[in-house]
Design a protein around this ligand. Sequence first.
Ligand SMILES: [Mg+2]
Length: 180
Amino acid sequence: MRKYDCIFFDRDGTINHDPGYISKLKDFIFFEFTISALKLLVSITNKFIIITNQSGVSRGLIKENDLLRINDFIMNELKINKLPLLKIYYCTDHPDHATDRRKPGSGMFLDAARDYNIDLSNCLMIGDSISDIQPANNLGMDSMLVLTGNGKNHHSRFSKDNEPTYVSQNILTGAKLLAQ
Ligand SMILES: [Mg+2]
């Protein structure tokens, strides 16, 4: 069983349902298996970080204050369950003028590595999109594509030299695979 310095997670489509541009807390719904999955994953890491693109803010579809309320809710739910979520990094850049912070850029991962002294070569990223897997591969991390959210669509679109380390139906089956 491989242990990781930190496991990074995408948000929408990975740990929660993705109806597109979640602008209100009431529309944020964890998958029913997410907390169970995260509880398994603490056997292979003691650090969780969420890395999420939220261009809805720059598109005028999400108010940053509402995004922060959702972040607080997530932080609190994980805390209640004694899960070691350190921080939620989010990028509000519009894709038409994105900085390197917006995935597939590496910026938010590099920020996290600096802030928490994380060895990225010993980390895992779990996400449902090509843009989650690409920065993980670029940074020498392991990567897991889950087939929830965009995952099914994106699964067939990886180029040979940029494939995820693991593919799993969802975050719970993935956690069982890793923590077995
Ligand atoms: Mg996603």
